[in-house]
Design a protein around this ligand. Structure first.
Ligand code: THU
Length: 132
């Protein structure tokens, strides 16, 4: 399976999540156009709104490494149903990935759902909307 390496990477980084407030650890792995894989986990804060999502961490790692185009996304958590990226993270993913980018949402128990990014954020706000 093409995303096996992403699944492994996301599952491993999830263990490093800092989630003492929610107790909900999330791992994300993204593949970029170069082929490189970048990972992120959620990092919470005692000032709750300052916490960051796993997807945001993976995107930050990708940009810091010099990649800027997503080709595949994988998100995993220990939830009864596959964890879905929050609204803000959908917009963050859309900044660096086309609507056809596959986003796989998974549970530790082995349930996987894959949807194109466009399905997660229909009618996404884009630079096109700011054209005069
Ligand atoms: N969270 C993520 O990191 N990614 C998601 O896709 C869903 C939610 C985090 C944010 C917070 O630290 C915890 O999960 C509970 O919402």
């Amino acid at each position: 399976m093409m995303s096996q390496d992403l699944q492994t990477a996301a599952t491993q980084v999830r263990e490093r999540a800092y989630a003492p407030y929610s107790g909900f650890k999330v791992g994300a792995a993204v593949r970029a156009a170069s082929g490189a894989v970048y990972v992120g986990c959620n990092v919470e804060n005692v000032a709750y709104p300052e916490g960051t999502c796993a997807e945001a961490g993976a995107i930050a790692a990708m940009i810091a490494a010099g990649d800027s185009q997503l080709t595949e996304v994988f998100v995993i958590a220990d939830s009864p149903e596959p964890v879905t990226p929050c609204g803000g993270c959908r917009q963050k993913l859309a900044e660096f990935g086309g609507g056809d980018v596959p986003v796989t949402m998974a549970t530790l128990g082995g349930v996987h759902v894959t949807r194109p990014l466009a399905d997660l954020l229909p009618g996404a706000f884009s630079a096109h909307h700011m054209e005069a």
